[in-house]
Design a protein around this ligand. Sequence first.
Ligand code: M6R
Length: 364
Amino acid sequence: QKGGFPHFMLKEIYEQPESLRNTITPRIVNSLPDFTEDGIDDEVFKNCENITVIACGTAMHAGIVGKAMIESELRIPVNVEIASEFRYKEPLINEKTLVIVTSQSGETIDTLEAMRLAKRCGSKVISIVNVKGSTIARESDYVLYTHAGPEIAVASTKAYSVQMAAMYLIGCRLGLVKGIYSEEQAKEFISKLLGTIPVIEETLLQADEVKTVANYIKMAPDAFFIGRGMDYTLSLEGALKLKEISYVHAEAYAAGELKHGTIALITENVPVIALATQPAVYEKMVSNIREVKARGAYVILISMGDEVTDTQICDKHIRIPKQDSLFTVFAAAVILQLIAYYTSDAKGLDVDKPRNLAKSVTVE
Ligand code: M6R
């Protein structure tokens, strides 16, 4: 059942190229994103003035990545709401809001109730769901199924990647329908999205390198994930994954925020996982890394390609293949998942069934 892997989580991490292929390729017609088979009417995209994403946990983190991508590419405002908060608010949404509900299981009670509320407010809802026929899928106006296959490990990995891919597909279709993207631009976007699949395959070859990092992190009581822009959105997921299965307390910070308080916690040997895959803010990241290094942090740098980096700034350097910075989240996510996985395994913990957690949260 585990296909030769010691845990479902590792198997699912390695299944990501296939899951992405299964989610993306059926929605590509003539090299453009197309939701005809899903029955999603372009009217929802034409009418939308803003977007609200509603979800919990990792699914919500996929929404935060989607927000960063859609806002920077399309200049359409995206609001990401924690479902358990949203459902008890008087929401600021209406019929001009496209609501995207994201859930692997399709049964998370807070997400379901938040979706019901969004529908009562007159918004159209597209759900991004992995489990066929689940309640959220049935009750949403439209559903974009992710084809990740069953996810058994409590820690979500492949479901996260395909949720991000679904957000990218929606963003691209939205851009096309609204005339923000030309056909040429949309085709280029899709080709880059498909290009993340071989990039992930290449990234997975670094598993042994990541294992050595995990052997360090396992000894730490706390760890910090820092990044800017798309990297910050991803660091939120990196921290959640590490906490969830390795019980190492972890926090994610926008790198520029460190000096507003958190840097007080950076002392000798504290692991700092620094994501620096965004060329536009690379130099800014380097100066944030120098700040933590100067306080004795053990820096694990994750960056892209072959930029020349002063070896003094980090203790460990993991590189992901060179690509468009809008798409690095896919490969970088794999590194973060492997860090969490190997840390948990090195501590001898029950990787697939972390304490106090259930795969599907159907109670409040
Ligand atoms: O089934 P859902 O995607 O709605 O679940 C949402 C969260 O409970 C889930 O993503 C959770 O955060 C994961 N265990 C994280 O790995």
